[in-house]
Write a protein that binds this ligand. Structure first.
Ligand code: NAG
Ligand code: NAG
Ligand code: NAG
Ligand code: NAG
Ligand code: NAG
Ligand code: NAG
Ligand code: NAG
Length: 410
């Protein structure tokens, strides 16, 4: 700031007198040179410091590098990043080893972007970054899986007596007490209000959304410092029932509307809320793209019926399953694009393509739902396999490695 003023004033001064203007030009050139060198020097220094801290490698966030374009590399030295048993708040829905899975390759894959490296996940560095802050995941069970993964990733750096977990309705809060860092999950599978908002019993045959109402949820995360949203699978039906009015009153108006339309309306409500309530100078915003499912082995030429018994990722580059709707991704991209044009910076964590390859990463029958599976269910994996969620350690850890990269570089 000061140097820039000097340049301006010396240039003005030069206009008055020909001889003086030559000197002014010289002075200005020298100053510009000094500023340029200092900036370069600072950048170099920052890179050196960051490299020694292990926060990011020199090329990791090169602006030309697309972190989401890459390949999976088997690497049992670097991955998994933690052990299933050491994760205190592991969900039984995702604890595949605990529920009998015997092949463990799914834990050993590292994501390698084509043109750069991902920074190494450093739990201490992230906790420092989150000191006195709230990182809040908002969305459905896939986003909850990413939240559980994040806690597993951070836990190693937190002493047992300095952590806590607390659930109150739709909001679950993990605290790293030494850091006063809060890592939270808020259940809102459709982001806007819906009849699926109950965090425990939400499996209803008829799905109803109040497409214009989000405050009931959003007031819980207004002051978050980092917000990570998702919303996809719960929308996957032809039509949605839209409610104008409240769930409590009896005079609401219900109307069936084509899903893609409703999806866009809901995301609009959500983005308008962000525009008005979130301070983009304070809050980092992310939207996690759709998480692919692997429910039909014929799509990738597998032998089984679904993801059950799969032990290796798909190697065919660009594989894209039937369950992932590009049209819905386009809607998200459009809404995020509009947010950016009004100065609300939001990043899409584009995990769809990289997760498409991971047909072996799902719990299939190795998990507990509300009840343990019966012998009959276990012997019929084609109908009871979960090919939607992801085993931990596993794929969501990599989503968090990507999130980590953005948190430190956005
Ligand atoms: C992780 O980050 C902390 C805090 O920034 C730093 O002291 C430590 O050296 C880092 N560890 C590694 C392995 O890079
Ligand atoms: C890692 O994988 C290699 C190759 O499959 C295997 O030989 C080695 O025993 C594995 N190491 C560990 C620690 O699992
Ligand atoms: C602790 O973190 C919360 C955010 O989760 C923040 O509002 C509060 O000010 C922090 N406390 C201190 C003492 O900094
Ligand atoms: C739970 O959340 C409600 C609503 O936000 C709040 O009024 C209540 O005090 C909370 N209860 C606990 C035990 O934190
Ligand atoms: C955000 O920062 C910019 C530039 O520093 C400033 O002009 C703007 O008023 C800030 N916005 C808010 C909402 O604080
Ligand atoms: C994908 O879905 C479409 C329409 O739902 C269907 O026609 C097609 O056969 C499916 N492809 C595979 C490989 O299952
Ligand atoms: C996300 O990835 C998909 C598939 O690789 C691509 O088609 C899409 O353009 C990407 N979107 C963004 C916003 O990067």
């Amino acid at each position: 700031m000061v140097k820039k003023n000097v340049i301006v004033s010396s240039a003005t001064w030069g206009i008055r007198n020909g001889f003086q203007s030559i000197i002014a030009l010289l002075v200005a050139t020298i100053i510009v040179g000094v500023v340029y060198l200092t900036q370069n020097g600072r950048q170099l220094l920052e890179e050196l410091v960051a490299a020694t801290k292990g926060t990011y490698s020199k090329d990791s966030m090169n602006s030309r590098c697309n972190l989401f374009s890459g390949k999976w590399v088997f690497d049992n030295k670097s991955h998994p990043l933690y052990k299933e048993k050491e994760c205190t708040y592991m969900s039984d829905q995702l604890a595949c080893e605990k529920f009998g899975r015997k092949d463990f390759g799914y834990r050993n894959w590292r994501w390698q972007p084509h043109h750069c490296d991902l920074p190494r996940f450093n739990a201490t560095a992230l906790l420092e970054r989150l000191r006195n802050k709230r990182l809040v995941f908002v969305g459905d069970s896939l986003n909850r899986g990413q939240w559980v993964s994040m806690i597993c990733l951070l836990e190693s750096a937190v002493l047992p007596q300095f952590k806590s977990m607390h659930t109150n309705g739709s909001l679950s809060t993990f605290k790293a007490i030494e850091y006063n860092a809060s890592i939270e999950f808020y259940w809102a599978p459709l982001l806007v209000e819906s009849n699926s908002d109950n965090p425990v019993s939400h499996r209803l045959p008829d799905r109803i959304v109040r497409v214009q109402a989000i405050e009931k949820h959003a007031r819980h995360w207004t002051d978050a410092d980092i917000l990570v949203f998702n919303s996809y699978l719960w929308w996957k039906r032809k039509q949605m029932k839209v409610l104008w009015g409240s769930f409590e009153s009896s005079d609401g108006i219900y109307k069936e509307v084509e899903m893609l339309r409703v999806y866009e309306m809901a995301l609009k409500t959500w983005s308008e809320w962000l525009e008005v309530h979130v301070n983009p100078n304070k809050t980092q915003l992310f939207f996690v793209s759709m998480s692919p499912t692997h429910q039909r082995a014929e799509e990738w030429g597998g032998n089984g019926e679904n993801c059950y018994s799969e032990t290796k990722p798909i190697l065919e580059e660009g594989y894209w399953g039937n369950g992932s709707e590009p049209k819905m991704m386009r809607v998200v991209e459009k809404v995020l694009g509009e947010l950016r044009t009004i100065g609300v910076n939001i990043e899409m964590l584009n995990i769809t393509q990289l997760s498409e390859y991971r047909k072996e990463g799902h719990p299939s029958i190795y998990r507990k739902q509300w009840e343990p599976l019966t012998q009959e269910e276990l012997s019929n994996p084609s109908s009871y396999a979960d090919c939607i969620h992801w085993c931990l350690p596993g794929v969501p850890d990599v989503w968090n490695e990507l999130l980590y990269a953005y948190i430190f570089n956005q």
